[in-house]
Write a protein that binds this ligand. Structure first.
Ligand code: GCU
Length: 473
């Protein structure tokens, strides 16, 4: 205990020194730029120099204190932590078998994620219609059938439409399908003039001149702009289908609960979700489950295996959807990071406080209680992964994506593995992540590829191989 305490204190001290060093460097750089760039001084300039230094120092100290705490990306500064026990019941007894897990422990953990983290989804269902908007039998050089569908929900005098786009290989009956929500509209995944351009609000990139979004509306120029993340020809050639929808159709990604799906469920007098009710990530996961209704409704994929894959914030939603909907046969998290796959107690890269501050609408309001207070949360993300058991789950990291904590993403898979073991399935057995570009394909899969936060062909190659291994058994 004492050892751990001392170690923890040392970590805090090192962190403080690191921050001090960082701030001092920044200060010195600004000062030298201001004072010495293209200038020389004489004796009589001293008062002016003192004035500049004083103003800058006051400004800098004020600015630094106003900043959120610097996040940590140094493995040596990760403080020791205790994870909540995966296989100990709330009454202190040990989970002995699958029955204990499925009938007791799984529910205990799920309830905490519902109430304290992502927020409870509505229990009632909404009436909806599914309409075919387009069907083309000769897509992708006659290798695929392209279909577009419109899902419409109505309630409380409000309407919500989700546009769904599908490509299914012509050569395979009931192909396994990837269901992948997209960030900027279905028209961005391939440059095809027949695809409906989303009319929903679209998030703009900071330097948004290349994405074809103007005043938060997608334009013709946005067609195909995300195609590098959707290697459609390869997906079809490998015998898989693809379903996609725009996540902003379900809930536009900004802190406002008067739009998107939430208002269709409000009770009398409500204008925002209750403190234990769904935030945007739960809403996007709900959207995923509704698109599964389309997959099942479509005779071409009624019997298909369903693989949900999501990147980044949509990786968080993909994992969560796999937990709440067991029609999902496999879930894939691509660089999902904080509140996706990464162990939150490591406080490496993005932390609970940072994510709640920057994205106050993503989680249940209750989750804000855990800002800088992770240890009080009765769950951590290894438990989220474990809730998928025994279905296959894949966690993908990128080496340079330190904000998402690649090691923490691996460890969630590692610490989830005992739940898989209950079913005789193999998870991740080594407490250390594998080398870069050396994937592990057990019932839990993992890779850390070289490069940045993104979805690449390498990632897709692993996902298709992983799916083949499990579905061709
Ligand atoms: C931000 C956020 C992450 C998220 C990412 C994304 O970086 O901090 O949590 O995963 O956006 O979705 O692109």
């Amino acid at each position: 205990m004492r050892g751990r305490y001392t170690e923890g204190t040392k970590c805090i001290a090192r962190h403080t020194i690191l921050r001090f060093e960082f701030e001092t460097n920044r200060y010195m750089k600004t000062l030298s730029t201001l004072l010495f760039r293209n200038r020389s001084y004489r004796y009589q300039d001293i008062p002016q120099l003192i004035y500049i230094i004083t103003v800058l120092s006051i400004f800098h100290v004020g600015y630094s204190f106003g900043q959120p705490e610097l996040f940590n990306v140094d493995e040596r500064l990760v403080e020791p932590y205790d994870l909540p026990e995966l296989l100990i019941l709330a009454n202190g007894q040990k989970v002995q078998n699958v029955a204990d897990w499925e009938h007791i422990r799984r529910h205990e953990i799920l309830d905490i994620f519902l109430e304290e983290v992502y927020g409870k989804l509505p229990l009632k269902d909404l009436q909806h219609t599914i309409e075919v908007v387009d069907r083309n039998e000769t897509a992708l050089n006659n290798t695929a059938i392209r279909q577009q569908w419109k899902l419409t929900f109505e309630s409380h005098g409000k309407q919500l439409d989700i546009e769904v786009l599908a490509y299914l290989p012509k050569s395979v009956t009931s192909p396994p399908v990837f269901l992948v929500p997209n960030f900027r509209g279905n028209q961005t995944i391939i440059n095809d003039p027949n695809i409906v351009i989303t009319s929903s609000w679209v998030r703009m990139r900071k330097n948004s001149d290349t994405s074809g979004v103007v005043d938060h509306k997608a334009t013709e120029a946005s067609r195909g702009t995300s195609s590098s993340r959707f290697p459609l020809e390869k997906i079809i050639a490998n015998g898989f289908g693809l379903y996609t929808f725009y996540y902003g159709d379900v809930d536009p990604d900004f802190n406002d609960f008067s739009n998107g799906i939430h208002p269709l469920f409000y009770e009398q007098g409500e204008d925002k979700p209750k403190s234990d009710a769904w935030g945007a990530i739960s809403a996007w996961a709900w959207g995923i489950t509704k698109v599964i209704d389309v997959i099942e409704y479509n005779p071409l994929s009624t019997d298909s295996k369903i693989i949900v894959m999501g990147h980044s914030r949509l990786g968080k939603a993909a994992l969560w959807s796999g937990v709440i909907d067991d029609r999902i046969d496999m879930a894939i998290s691509n660089n999902s990071g904080c509140m996706g796959a990464a162990i939150l107690r490591r406080r490496f890269g993005e932390t609970v406080k940072i994510i709640n501050t920057r994205f106050p609408h993503w989680f249940a309001d209750n989750f804000k209680k855990y800002n800088d207070n992770e240890k009080e949360l009765p769950v951590d993300q290894h438990m989220l992964i474990a809730l998928m058991a025994p279905r296959p789950v894949y966690i993908a990291s990128a080496e340079e994506d330190r904000w998402a904590d690649p090691k923490g993403e691996y460890l969630a898979g590692y610490y989830a593995s005992p739940a898989y073991k209950l079913y005789g399935e193999k998870g991740l057995s080594n407490p250390e992540p594998p080398a870069v570009n050396v994937p592990i394909h057990q019932t839990i899969g993992y890779h850390m590829r070289t490069g940045k936060h993104d979805v690449t062909d390498y990632d897709w190659e692993q996902y298709m191989k992983f799916a083949r291994t499990h579905f061709d058994k």
